[in-house]
Write a protein that binds this ligand. Structure first.
Ligand SMILES: Nc1ncnc2c1ncn2[C@@H]1O[C@H](COP(=O)(O)OP(=O)(O)O)[C@@H](O)[C@H]1O
Ligand SMILES: [Mg+2]
Length: 367
């Protein structure tokens, strides 16, 4: 029970099978009203299928979906008060921007004055006012994508669904559209569910991130939570760029101090991990080191030395990315040395031990 009781978007025990193949084994998810939630995960993990079930474009095999406190599991898409923006948006080439945006409203028989008003307000929000008379062919890729969003915005649905809307745009445009989407969410204050395989998009826009793998939710949390406290190695290596390195290690205790030691390194563990690591006993572990927690110098007592054999150093500007090895295993480091530094080479680097992650090697679960 409880379905249909909460506002927002609630999925309970949702299962999806295509013929004999189950792609969503069972999914529970609760999106609060007004929240911006991003579903993220590798290609094929079931993000679009989940979104399409919320939209009503795909039937659930089992389970239920409620929107705004109403059970819509068997409702048609039109009855769900949602608006959806896809990756590939087909604008009508013979209609101008205003006509493209107002198409659904005209179809629904909305009064002319109201249509004009809504188009004008939506165009302002999306900075499309100067282009209302233009045809799609006379717009840039980013402007066209904004028109596609405009078509959704004019309808002012309870919930907006986005399926990789920025995937076809170049990197620079994607970055500016991320900001615009965040602004749009602020202005509209509507519930938004956004699907992407790009963890940067997820991290920058989401109130909460839902990380999926093989149709299963791995973790739900704020960007801070999934970055700082990933539940397993999948989340740990998926979130963050460049990715966290995982190294086989064993716990060793010396004079009451606990360390994680492996081929070519020994790192003292911070208080945060001491108890958890002890409780884990003598189990084999993996140590997780994020590239950005390396430094060229020991900034304070929390930094422990680690020898890196540097294969390639990439100059980024203020920092350099190192493709390196420790004890013969590949490791990535991002070291801030200022823009004037020469390319870095083999030697002693330092790691902020407060930022160490530990995982059970067999299960991959965080300690
Ligand atoms: N209509 C369909 N028929 C059969 N299999 C499908 C269909 N749609 C999606 N799938 C499968 O379901 C899985 C999840 O797909 P999808 O939801 O599109 O993943 P994502 O959006 O995360 O890339 C994939 O293995 C895909 O091949
Ligand atoms: Mg998809």
């Amino acid at each position: 029970m409880g379905i249909g009781m909460n506002a927002g978007v609630v999925l309970e025990g949702v299962t999806k099978a295509f013929g004999p193949v189950t792609v969503i084994p069972e999914l529970d998810l609760s999106v609060a009203e007004g929240e911006f939630v991003v579903l993220v995960g590798p290609s094929g993990c079931g993000k679009s299928t989940t979104l399409r079930m919320i939209a009503g474009l795909e039937k659930v095999t089992k389970g239920s979906i409620s929107i705004a406190g109403r059970d819509v599991t068997w409702e048609r898409p039109k009855a769900r008060d949602i608006a959806m923006v896809f990756q590939s948006y087909a604008l009508y080439p013979h209609m101008n921007v205003a006509e493209n945006m107002s198409f659904a409203l005209r179809l629904a028989g909305t009064p002319k004055a109201e249509i004009a008003d809504r188009v004008q307000r939506s165009a302002e929000m999306l900075e499309l006012t100067p282009y209302l008379e233009r045809k799609p062919r006379d717009l840039s890729g980013g402007q066209r994508q904004r028109v596609a969003m405009g078509r959704a915005v004019v309808r002012d649905a309870y919930c907006f669904l986005f399926d990789e809307p920025l995937s076809n745009l170049d990197a620079k445009l994607r970055a500016s559209m991320r900001t615009e989407l965040a602004l749009l969410h602020q202005k509209l204050g509507r519930t938004m569910i956004y699907v992407t395989h790009d963890q940067i998009e997820a991290m920058t826009m989401a109130d909460r991130i839902v990380i999926m793998r093989d149709g299963l939710i791995q973790q739900v949390g704020t960007p801070k939570e999934v970055y700082n406290d990933p539940v397993n190695t999948f989340v740990a290596t998926f979130i963050g760029s460049p990715s966290m390195t995982l190294l086989d290690a064993e716990l060793s205790e010396e004079n009451g101090a606990l360390s994680a030691a492996g081929q070519g390194f020994k790192l003292p563990l911070p208080d945060r991990l001491r108890e958890r690591a002890s409780a884990a006993g003598a189990r084999q572990i993996s140590v997780g080191l994020r590239p950005e927690h390396f430094a060229g110098d020991a900034i304070d007592d929390n930094f422990a030395p680690i020898d890196l054999a540097v294969k390639v150093a990439e100059y980024i500007g203020s920092s350099q990315f190192l493709a390196a090895e420790v004890g013969g295993k590949a490791i990535t480091a991002a070291v801030e040395v200022g823009p004037e530094a020469n390319l870095l080479s083999d030697g002693k680097y330092f790691f902020d031990t407060r930022r160490i992650y530990l995982f059970d090697r067999e299960s991959g679960n965080a300690l």
